[in-house]
Each structure stands twice: as C-alpha cells, then as structure tokens.
Design a protein around this ligand. Structure first.
Ligand SMILES: C[S@@+](CC[C@H](N)C(=O)[O-])C[C@H]1O[C@@H](n2cnc3c(N)ncnc32)[C@H](O)[C@@H]1O
Length: 245
C-alpha cells in the first residue's frame, strides 16, 4: 500500500477547525519559535506544509519558508493565508530540489503518512540531499501507543463539545507497522468520514533510517518547549544534521 491513496483534499474544509479544537493552532507559535532557532536567517522547507499552520508564523518571524504538499485543497488554503510562502504540489516520499535549505522540517506526524518503510527512508534521503552543509532536519512524530486496542482495533473519542463529536476508529496491521484510521466527525446532522493510512515508527528506528541516509541525531525533545524526552513522552521532536565523520 503506497501513500497518496488517501488525500487531505477531503480534510481541508475542516482542517483549521479540527486543529483549533485539538490545540494544534495554539502551539503553532511555539513550534515556529523552536524552528526559527535553527534557521540563522536562512531558508526553510516544510514537508507536508498543509494550510501553513506552522509555516505562516515561521515566515512572520522573517524566515524564508517554502513547502511541498500533495493536496490541492490544502495548498489553496495556504495560498489564501499568505503570499510570502512558495509552495508546490509534490510527494514528500520522492522530491528533489535544486535549492539547498538550512532547515527541513516535517511536523505533526506528517512523516507517518508515508505508509511504507521504503517511502520513509526515501523522504529522509531527499531531505538530506536538499540540506546545505550545516543544515538541520527536524521531525515531530508521536510515540506509538497501543493502549486500548482489542483484537487489533480501537476507537477513541478525540473531542466532544456541544456541537461536535470527533471519533477515531483504528485498525492495527503489525506486519507493516500500519494504522488504518478513520476519523468520524459528527456535527449537527452531518457525519464526515476521513480515512488515512499511517506507518508508526519508534524513535530508535527513525534514528537508524536517518543514519542510513547520512544523518545523525543532535537533539531530541518531548515538546516544543524542549521538555526532556522520557519513558512517558507521547511524542518526540528529533533534530538531525549531516553525519560528521
Ligand atoms: C497532518 S497534516 C500537517 C499539515 C501541516 N504541516 C501542519 O502541521 O499543520 C499532513 C499534510 O501532509 C500532506 N501530505 C500527506 N501525504 C503527503 C505526501 N505523500 N506528499 C506531500 N504531502 C503530503 C497533507 O496533504 C497534509 O497537508
């Protein structure tokens, strides 16, 4: 199963509302502040830029941000928000860039949308090749969590308020480390169904894949405030640079 079978085109109309409800918009400035530290006045490329949730505040800090996304509708949302950011349609599993960037970043579990190991390695390889000599790659992914799975299935209540109920139904395929998830959004009399296939990775597997393409770990944190990564951490933010021999 390749990535690209599921598109964010259907998610785009509700993306801003959803990310607002789960607190992702509230943390976008903190994310931008974290990333700005690595830019040193130079340029950045976001993999899976979406509607610019992070790219817009980062560009407002004076960073020249560019981005890649494979959803026309997400790219349209970005274009409506900012004309400072150059973004193009492409697949983050296989991209090439003539330009070299000081920072490449892939946040909010976007790396997991690459549903095979080969695609994840190809993405890291493309990222490494697009870096300038001192460049940095930042990846944010959640720590795999299987609490509540029964016979390979789990349904989680993501969010409820007076108007919205957001559920996530997941099926685990251990063989390929895939989660086939379907978001179900009930609002008024409508139900939206948004399927997605994800491949989870543990942090040590991510390090190994990064090493395969000539990157080495520099820092790892549990959040954008640079909290320590521990056994209890729910996600990690991993920072890589070119391997120094
Ligand atoms: C979880 S959203 C994150 C968007 C944005 N980075 C943010 O933090 O809000 C994942 C984004 O990756 C894009 N995407 C998914 N698969 C992709 C692929 N193979 N190549 C390029 N973009 C992809 C989606 O269209 C979507 O905009």
């Amino acid at each position: 199963m390749l990535s690209g079978e599921f598109s964010y085109d259907e998610f785009a109309p509700v993306y801003e509302k959803y990310t607002g409800m789960i607190g992702r918009i509230a943390e976008a400035d903190e994310t931008a502040a974290f990333l700005e530290r690595f830019c040193g006045g130079r340029s950045a490329l976001e993999l899976g830029i979406g509607n610019g949730r992070v790219a817009v505040p980062l560009s407002e800090r004076g960073v020249k941000v560019e981005g890649i996304d494979n959803s026309d509708n997400m790219l349209k949302l970005l274009a409506k928000r900012s004309d400072l950011i150059k973004a193009w349609k492409g697949n983050i599993a296989a991209f090439s860039s003539e330009q070299h960037y000081h920072l490449l970043y892939c946040v909010y579990n976007t790396f997991m949308v690459l549903a095979t190991r080969e695609e994840q390695i190809a993405c890291l390889r493309s990222a490494a090749e697009a870096l300038d000599a001192e460049g940095i790659v930042v990846i944010e992914v959640r720590v795999p969590d299987f609490d509540g799975f029964v016979r390979g299935q789990r349904t989680t209540t993501v969010f409820v308020d007076h108007e919205n109920t957001f559920l996530n139904a997941e099926i685990h395929e251990p063989l390929n480390q895939n989660l086939l998830q379907t978001f179900l959004w009930f609002s008024g009399t409508s139900v939206r169904r948004i399927p997605e296939r994800l491949r989870y990775v543990y942090h040590q597997e991510l390090d190994t894949m990064a090493e395969c393409v000539g990157l080495e770990l520099v820092e790892r944190w549990e959040d954008w405030k640079r909290g320590a990564f521990t056994n209890e951490s729910k996600r990690h933010i991993s920072v890589y640079r070119r391997t120094r021999l």
